[in-house]
Design a protein around this ligand. Sequence first.
Ligand code: 4NP
Length: 168
Amino acid sequence: MISAIHPNLRRSFSILFVCLGNICRSPTAEAVLRDTAARVAPRLTLEIDSAGTADYHTGRAPDPRSQRAARERGIDLSGLRARQVTTEDFTRFDLILAMDQDNLRNLQAMSPPYTRAELRLFLSYAPQLGLLEVPDPYYGGAADFAEVLDLTAAASLALIESLQQRAQ
Ligand code: 4NP
C-alpha cells in the first residue's frame, strides 16, 4: 500500500533569530541552535540565520565578548557577519524569533500584511525559564554574555522539541 503523506509531516524548517545589533544575542542563538540540533536532532533539516533590526553593525563579526562566551562552550561564532532584517525575510523563513519585546514590536511594524513567517519571542518556547526576553548584554559584563549562552541553549532544546512534535 502506498501510504499517503500527511500534509503536516515535515522535517525541514527555516528559522531566523532577530535582536537589535545582530552581534550579540541573535548570532549566539543561531550558532547554539545549529550546534544543539546537530547533536540532538540530526534528522531535522534546519535553515538557520540571524539578523538585526538595526544596521549599526552590518558586516561585522559577532562581539568579541559573545565570541568568548560561546568559545567557552565549544561554539565558534567567528564566521558569522551581521546583517539587517529585510522584507524578504518575512517570506523566506517559517519562524522569526525575537530576542526581546522591542525587537518583536519592530518586526511586527515592518512585516508585510501576508507573510509566511510566524513571529514570536524565542523564550516563549521555554516557559520554565520564567523569562520572556534574552537580556541585552551589550552594556553588561562577562556574566551577562554567559547568561545569553544559558538562555539560548535552554530555549534551543525546547524549540527543537516543538519542531519534532510538528514533524511527527
Ligand atoms: P544585540 O546587542 O542586539 O544582542 O546584538 C547589541 C549590540 C549593539 C548595540 C546594542 C545591543 N548597540 O547599541 O550598538
